[in-house]
Design a protein around this ligand. Structure first.
Ligand SMILES: Nc1ncnc2c1ncn2[C@@H]1O[C@H](COP(=O)(O)OP(=O)(O)OP(=O)(O)O)[C@@H](O)[C@H]1O
Ligand SMILES: [Mg+2]
Length: 335
Protein backbone atom coordinates (compact mmCIF):
# COMPACT_ATOMS: atom_id res chain seq x y z
CA UNK A 1 0.00 0.00 0.00
CA UNK A 2 1.22 3.47 -0.85
CA UNK A 3 2.14 5.65 2.08
CA UNK A 4 0.22 8.89 1.63
CA UNK A 5 1.63 12.22 2.75
CA UNK A 6 0.12 15.72 2.60
CA UNK A 7 2.58 18.53 1.90
CA UNK A 8 2.02 22.28 2.25
CA UNK A 9 5.23 24.05 1.19
CA UNK A 10 4.27 27.56 2.25
CA UNK A 11 6.21 30.79 1.86
CA UNK A 12 6.93 30.90 5.59
CA UNK A 13 6.17 27.39 6.85
CA UNK A 14 6.29 23.87 5.48
CA UNK A 15 3.86 21.42 6.99
CA UNK A 16 3.61 17.66 6.54
CA UNK A 17 0.69 15.35 7.26
CA UNK A 18 1.00 11.57 7.41
CA UNK A 19 -1.55 8.79 7.60
CA UNK A 20 -0.30 7.58 10.97
CA UNK A 21 0.66 10.78 12.69
CA UNK A 22 -1.56 13.57 11.36
CA UNK A 23 0.45 16.81 11.18
CA UNK A 24 3.96 15.56 12.01
CA UNK A 25 6.02 18.55 10.91
CA UNK A 26 5.69 22.34 11.02
CA UNK A 27 8.97 23.97 10.10
CA UNK A 28 9.98 27.37 8.67
CA UNK A 29 10.63 27.08 4.92
CA UNK A 30 14.33 27.91 5.17
CA UNK A 31 17.65 26.16 4.63
CA UNK A 32 21.30 27.15 4.97
CA UNK A 33 23.89 25.63 2.66
CA UNK A 34 27.67 25.59 2.70
CA UNK A 35 28.69 27.17 -0.62
CA UNK A 36 31.92 25.13 -0.85
CA UNK A 37 30.79 21.65 0.17
CA UNK A 38 27.14 22.19 -0.88
CA UNK A 39 26.14 20.49 2.37
CA UNK A 40 23.01 21.43 4.27
CA UNK A 41 24.17 23.32 7.35
CA UNK A 42 20.84 24.20 8.93
CA UNK A 43 17.14 23.67 8.36
CA UNK A 44 13.95 25.42 9.44
CA UNK A 45 14.04 27.72 12.46
CA UNK A 46 17.83 27.52 12.73
CA UNK A 47 18.28 28.46 9.07
CA UNK A 48 15.68 31.24 9.36
CA UNK A 49 17.69 32.77 12.20
CA UNK A 50 20.75 32.79 9.94
CA UNK A 51 19.08 34.76 7.13
CA UNK A 52 21.14 37.85 6.38
CA UNK A 53 23.68 37.00 9.09
CA UNK A 54 25.67 34.12 7.61
CA UNK A 55 29.45 34.05 7.23
CA UNK A 56 30.71 34.23 3.64
CA UNK A 57 30.87 30.50 2.97
CA UNK A 58 27.31 29.80 4.13
CA UNK A 59 24.18 30.86 2.27
CA UNK A 60 20.79 30.95 3.96
CA UNK A 61 17.76 30.73 1.70
CA UNK A 62 14.00 30.89 1.76
CA UNK A 63 13.28 28.72 -1.27
CA UNK A 64 9.53 29.38 -1.48
CA UNK A 65 8.28 32.80 -2.48
CA UNK A 66 4.68 33.88 -2.90
CA UNK A 67 3.62 30.25 -2.60
CA UNK A 68 5.89 29.07 -5.45
CA UNK A 69 9.23 27.27 -5.60
CA UNK A 70 11.80 29.98 -6.34
CA UNK A 71 15.03 28.13 -5.46
CA UNK A 72 14.59 24.66 -6.87
CA UNK A 73 17.79 23.02 -5.58
CA UNK A 74 17.41 24.40 -2.10
CA UNK A 75 13.72 23.52 -1.88
CA UNK A 76 14.52 19.93 -2.90
CA UNK A 77 17.31 19.76 -0.32
CA UNK A 78 15.00 21.12 2.33
CA UNK A 79 12.29 18.58 1.52
CA UNK A 80 14.73 15.68 1.46
CA UNK A 81 15.87 16.62 4.95
CA UNK A 82 12.30 17.03 6.16
CA UNK A 83 11.21 13.69 4.72
CA UNK A 84 14.11 12.15 6.63
CA UNK A 85 12.39 13.23 9.85
CA UNK A 86 12.01 10.11 12.03
CA UNK A 87 8.24 10.16 12.27
CA UNK A 88 8.07 10.11 8.50
CA UNK A 89 10.91 7.84 7.40
CA UNK A 90 10.41 5.20 10.04
CA UNK A 91 7.02 4.44 8.59
CA UNK A 92 7.46 4.80 4.86
CA UNK A 93 9.76 4.59 1.97
CA UNK A 94 9.29 7.10 -0.86
CA UNK A 95 5.89 8.57 -0.08
CA UNK A 96 3.02 9.37 -2.39
CA UNK A 97 2.46 13.10 -1.91
CA UNK A 98 -0.61 15.28 -2.17
CA UNK A 99 0.78 18.79 -2.63
CA UNK A 100 -1.08 22.07 -2.10
CA UNK A 101 -0.32 24.68 -4.77
CA UNK A 102 -1.69 28.15 -5.59
CA UNK A 103 -4.85 28.40 -7.67
CA UNK A 104 -4.25 28.70 -11.45
CA UNK A 105 -0.53 28.00 -11.03
CA UNK A 106 1.04 27.98 -14.49
CA UNK A 107 2.56 24.85 -16.03
CA UNK A 108 6.15 25.93 -15.46
CA UNK A 109 5.58 26.46 -11.75
CA UNK A 110 3.48 23.30 -11.56
CA UNK A 111 6.33 21.30 -13.03
CA UNK A 112 8.88 22.98 -10.75
CA UNK A 113 6.76 22.12 -7.70
CA UNK A 114 6.32 18.52 -8.86
CA UNK A 115 10.03 18.06 -9.59
CA UNK A 116 10.96 19.53 -6.23
CA UNK A 117 8.83 16.93 -4.49
CA UNK A 118 10.27 14.13 -6.65
CA UNK A 119 13.80 15.35 -5.85
CA UNK A 120 12.77 15.46 -2.20
CA UNK A 121 12.16 11.72 -2.41
CA UNK A 122 8.53 11.21 -3.41
CA UNK A 123 7.38 8.31 -5.55
CA UNK A 124 4.30 10.05 -6.93
CA UNK A 125 2.76 13.52 -6.66
CA UNK A 126 -0.66 15.04 -7.20
CA UNK A 127 -1.50 18.73 -6.83
CA UNK A 128 -4.63 20.28 -5.42
CA UNK A 129 -5.41 23.99 -4.97
CA UNK A 130 -4.28 25.09 -1.50
CA UNK A 131 -7.35 27.29 -1.11
CA UNK A 132 -9.63 24.27 -1.62
CA UNK A 133 -7.61 22.30 0.94
CA UNK A 134 -7.93 25.27 3.32
CA UNK A 135 -11.71 25.18 2.96
CA UNK A 136 -11.77 21.41 3.60
CA UNK A 137 -9.47 21.84 6.60
CA UNK A 138 -11.55 24.69 8.01
CA UNK A 139 -14.53 22.33 8.09
CA UNK A 140 -16.51 23.91 5.25
CA UNK A 141 -18.92 21.58 3.45
CA UNK A 142 -16.87 21.62 0.27
CA UNK A 143 -18.85 18.93 -1.57
CA UNK A 144 -22.24 20.48 -0.89
CA UNK A 145 -23.92 22.48 -3.69
CA UNK A 146 -24.29 25.32 -1.20
CA UNK A 147 -21.72 28.01 -1.97
CA UNK A 148 -19.13 28.80 0.68
CA UNK A 149 -16.34 31.33 0.70
CA UNK A 150 -12.83 31.21 2.10
CA UNK A 151 -9.92 33.62 2.41
CA UNK A 152 -6.61 31.92 3.15
CA UNK A 153 -4.05 34.58 4.04
CA UNK A 154 -0.53 33.28 4.56
CA UNK A 155 2.93 34.82 4.46
CA UNK A 156 3.41 35.37 0.73
CA UNK A 157 0.03 34.90 -0.87
CA UNK A 158 -3.65 35.40 -0.10
CA UNK A 159 -6.22 33.30 -1.90
CA UNK A 160 -9.93 33.90 -1.97
CA UNK A 161 -12.36 31.32 -3.34
CA UNK A 162 -16.01 30.46 -3.56
CA UNK A 163 -16.49 26.72 -3.43
CA UNK A 164 -19.47 24.55 -4.31
CA UNK A 165 -20.03 20.86 -5.19
CA UNK A 166 -16.37 19.91 -4.74
CA UNK A 167 -15.02 22.58 -7.06
CA UNK A 168 -13.91 26.18 -7.22
CA UNK A 169 -16.57 28.47 -8.70
CA UNK A 170 -14.41 31.62 -8.65
CA UNK A 171 -11.10 32.51 -7.08
CA UNK A 172 -8.43 35.16 -6.86
CA UNK A 173 -4.78 34.89 -5.79
CA UNK A 174 -3.15 38.07 -4.51
CA UNK A 175 0.50 38.49 -3.65
CA UNK A 176 -0.45 40.49 -0.61
CA UNK A 177 -0.12 38.66 2.71
CA UNK A 178 2.00 38.81 5.87
CA UNK A 179 5.25 39.76 4.14
CA UNK A 180 3.74 42.63 2.17
CA UNK A 181 2.24 43.94 5.39
CA UNK A 182 5.69 43.77 6.96
CA UNK A 183 7.15 45.73 4.02
CA UNK A 184 4.46 48.35 4.58
CA UNK A 185 5.56 48.61 8.23
CA UNK A 186 9.21 49.02 7.13
CA UNK A 187 8.34 51.83 4.66
CA UNK A 188 6.11 53.57 7.20
CA UNK A 189 8.76 53.61 9.95
CA UNK A 190 11.38 54.88 7.53
CA UNK A 191 9.17 57.70 6.31
CA UNK A 192 7.49 58.73 9.55
CA UNK A 193 10.07 57.81 12.18
CA UNK A 194 13.34 57.94 10.23
CA UNK A 195 13.83 54.43 11.56
CA UNK A 196 15.22 51.56 9.51
CA UNK A 197 14.21 48.13 10.77
CA UNK A 198 14.63 44.65 9.31
CA UNK A 199 12.00 42.12 8.21
CA UNK A 200 12.03 40.22 11.51
CA UNK A 201 11.46 43.37 13.58
CA UNK A 202 8.67 44.51 11.27
CA UNK A 203 6.95 41.12 11.63
CA UNK A 204 7.45 41.20 15.38
CA UNK A 205 5.80 44.63 15.56
CA UNK A 206 2.88 43.57 13.36
CA UNK A 207 2.28 40.33 15.27
CA UNK A 208 2.79 41.81 18.75
CA UNK A 209 0.98 45.16 18.55
CA UNK A 210 -0.62 45.30 15.08
CA UNK A 211 -4.36 45.51 14.59
CA UNK A 212 -6.58 45.96 11.55
CA UNK A 213 -9.41 47.79 13.26
CA UNK A 214 -9.60 51.14 15.05
CA UNK A 215 -11.46 49.59 17.98
CA UNK A 216 -8.40 47.49 18.92
CA UNK A 217 -5.42 49.21 20.52
CA UNK A 218 -2.57 46.93 21.55
CA UNK A 219 -0.31 49.48 23.24
CA UNK A 220 3.27 50.02 22.18
CA UNK A 221 6.61 48.29 21.77
CA UNK A 222 10.23 49.46 21.90
CA UNK A 223 12.31 48.48 18.91
CA UNK A 224 15.92 48.91 17.85
CA UNK A 225 16.87 50.01 14.38
CA UNK A 226 19.07 52.47 12.56
CA UNK A 227 18.41 56.17 12.16
CA UNK A 228 17.76 56.75 8.43
CA UNK A 229 19.58 60.12 8.49
CA UNK A 230 22.55 59.54 10.76
CA UNK A 231 22.98 55.79 10.29
CA UNK A 232 23.40 55.42 14.05
CA UNK A 233 21.62 52.86 16.22
CA UNK A 234 18.28 54.10 17.44
CA UNK A 235 15.63 52.80 19.87
CA UNK A 236 12.09 54.06 19.51
CA UNK A 237 8.70 53.29 21.00
CA UNK A 238 6.21 52.36 18.28
CA UNK A 239 2.44 52.47 18.84
CA UNK A 240 -0.27 50.04 17.81
CA UNK A 241 -2.14 52.79 15.92
CA UNK A 242 0.94 53.40 13.77
CA UNK A 243 1.13 49.77 12.72
CA UNK A 244 -2.57 49.88 11.87
CA UNK A 245 -2.04 53.02 9.79
CA UNK A 246 0.95 51.39 8.05
CA UNK A 247 -0.86 48.22 7.00
CA UNK A 248 -4.36 49.54 6.22
CA UNK A 249 -3.66 50.67 2.62
CA UNK A 250 -2.11 47.27 1.82
CA UNK A 251 -5.11 45.45 3.30
CA UNK A 252 -7.38 47.25 0.82
CA UNK A 253 -6.16 44.84 -1.88
CA UNK A 254 -7.61 41.95 0.15
CA UNK A 255 -10.99 43.66 0.52
CA UNK A 256 -11.04 44.37 -3.22
CA UNK A 257 -10.17 40.73 -3.93
CA UNK A 258 -13.10 39.49 -1.83
CA UNK A 259 -15.47 41.86 -3.65
CA UNK A 260 -14.09 40.80 -7.06
CA UNK A 261 -14.62 37.08 -6.35
CA UNK A 262 -18.19 37.74 -5.22
CA UNK A 263 -18.83 39.57 -8.48
CA UNK A 264 -17.68 36.49 -10.41
CA UNK A 265 -20.22 34.03 -8.98
CA UNK A 266 -23.82 33.38 -10.04
CA UNK A 267 -26.47 35.15 -7.91
CA UNK A 268 -27.69 31.96 -6.15
CA UNK A 269 -24.19 31.16 -4.98
CA UNK A 270 -23.58 34.77 -3.93
CA UNK A 271 -26.75 34.61 -1.88
CA UNK A 272 -25.45 31.45 -0.09
CA UNK A 273 -22.24 33.34 0.68
CA UNK A 274 -24.17 36.31 2.09
CA UNK A 275 -26.15 33.86 4.25
CA UNK A 276 -23.24 31.85 5.57
CA UNK A 277 -20.41 34.35 5.41
CA UNK A 278 -16.67 34.09 4.81
CA UNK A 279 -14.24 31.73 6.52
CA UNK A 280 -10.81 33.18 7.31
CA UNK A 281 -7.75 30.89 7.46
CA UNK A 282 -3.94 31.06 7.21
CA UNK A 283 -1.50 32.62 9.67
CA UNK A 284 -2.76 36.16 9.08
CA UNK A 285 -6.22 35.12 10.28
CA UNK A 286 -4.71 35.63 13.75
CA UNK A 287 -4.42 39.38 13.16
CA UNK A 288 -6.67 41.15 15.66
CA UNK A 289 -9.47 43.05 13.97
CA UNK A 290 -9.01 41.53 10.51
CA UNK A 291 -12.37 39.74 10.58
CA UNK A 292 -14.12 42.97 11.61
CA UNK A 293 -12.32 45.03 8.98
CA UNK A 294 -13.39 42.57 6.24
CA UNK A 295 -16.94 42.57 7.56
CA UNK A 296 -17.07 46.37 7.47
CA UNK A 297 -15.61 46.55 3.97
CA UNK A 298 -17.66 43.78 2.35
CA UNK A 299 -20.81 43.37 4.43
CA UNK A 300 -20.02 39.66 4.89
CA UNK A 301 -20.18 37.84 8.20
CA UNK A 302 -16.63 36.61 8.87
CA UNK A 303 -15.59 33.59 10.94
CA UNK A 304 -12.00 32.84 11.90
CA UNK A 305 -11.27 29.13 11.40
CA UNK A 306 -10.15 27.01 14.33
CA UNK A 307 -6.39 26.65 14.18
CA UNK A 308 -6.19 28.80 11.02
CA UNK A 309 -2.50 28.12 10.34
CA UNK A 310 -3.14 24.39 9.90
CA UNK A 311 -6.23 24.58 7.68
CA UNK A 312 -4.36 23.75 4.44
CA UNK A 313 -2.44 20.82 5.89
CA UNK A 314 -5.47 19.46 7.77
CA UNK A 315 -7.44 19.80 4.54
CA UNK A 316 -4.82 17.79 2.64
CA UNK A 317 -5.24 15.09 5.27
CA UNK A 318 -9.01 15.17 4.80
CA UNK A 319 -8.61 14.96 1.02
CA UNK A 320 -6.23 12.00 1.31
CA UNK A 321 -8.79 10.19 3.45
CA UNK A 322 -11.79 11.32 1.37
CA UNK A 323 -10.56 12.03 -2.18
CA UNK A 324 -14.18 12.26 -3.36
CA UNK A 325 -14.49 15.67 -1.63
CA UNK A 326 -12.53 17.17 -4.53
CA UNK A 327 -14.76 17.00 -7.59
CA UNK A 328 -11.83 17.05 -10.02
CA UNK A 329 -9.68 13.95 -10.36
CA UNK A 330 -6.54 13.81 -8.23
CA UNK A 331 -3.94 12.83 -10.81
CA UNK A 332 -0.98 11.17 -9.17
CA UNK A 333 2.00 11.34 -11.48
CA UNK A 334 4.83 8.86 -11.05
CA UNK A 335 8.42 9.94 -11.11
N1 LIG B 1 -0.52 35.67 15.81
C1 LIG B 1 -0.30 36.20 14.60
N2 LIG B 1 -0.65 37.48 14.34
C2 LIG B 1 -0.45 38.02 13.14
N3 LIG B 1 0.12 37.37 12.10
C3 LIG B 1 0.49 36.10 12.30
C4 LIG B 1 0.31 35.45 13.54
N4 LIG B 1 0.78 34.17 13.42
C5 LIG B 1 1.25 34.05 12.16
N5 LIG B 1 1.08 35.20 11.49
C6 LIG B 1 1.49 35.51 10.12
O1 LIG B 1 1.06 34.49 9.25
C7 LIG B 1 1.95 34.38 8.14
C8 LIG B 1 2.24 32.92 7.89
O2 LIG B 1 1.04 32.26 7.63
P1 LIG B 1 1.02 30.78 7.03
O3 LIG B 1 1.78 29.89 7.91
O4 LIG B 1 -0.40 30.48 6.75
O5 LIG B 1 1.84 31.06 5.68
P2 LIG B 1 2.44 30.05 4.61
O6 LIG B 1 1.47 28.96 4.35
O7 LIG B 1 3.81 29.65 4.99
O8 LIG B 1 2.58 31.03 3.35
P3 LIG B 1 1.79 31.08 1.95
O9 LIG B 1 0.53 30.31 2.11
O10 LIG B 1 1.56 32.54 1.74
O11 LIG B 1 2.73 30.50 0.96
C9 LIG B 1 3.21 35.16 8.51
O12 LIG B 1 3.26 36.35 7.73
C10 LIG B 1 3.00 35.49 9.99
O13 LIG B 1 3.53 36.75 10.34
MG1 LIG C 1 -0.13 28.70 3.07
Amino acid sequence: MAYMVGLDMGTTYTRIWTQDGGVVLRCPSAAAIDSETHKLVALGAKAKEMLGKTPQDILAYRPIREGLVSEFEVAARMLRAMFRNKQITSTFNRPVVLLATPYRINQVHQLAAENTVFEGGARAVAQVPAVFAAAAGAGLRVSSPRGSMILNMGGGISEIAVISSGGIIAAHSIKVAGERLDSAVISYLKQRRNLIVGDATAEDLRVSIGSCDKSIDRGSMKVYGRNARTGLASCQEIYSAEIREAITPTLTAIMKGVAAVLEDVPPEIASDVYDFGLMLSGGCAHMPGLADAIRKATGLRVTVARNPRDCVINGLGRLIQHPELWGGALEYRLK
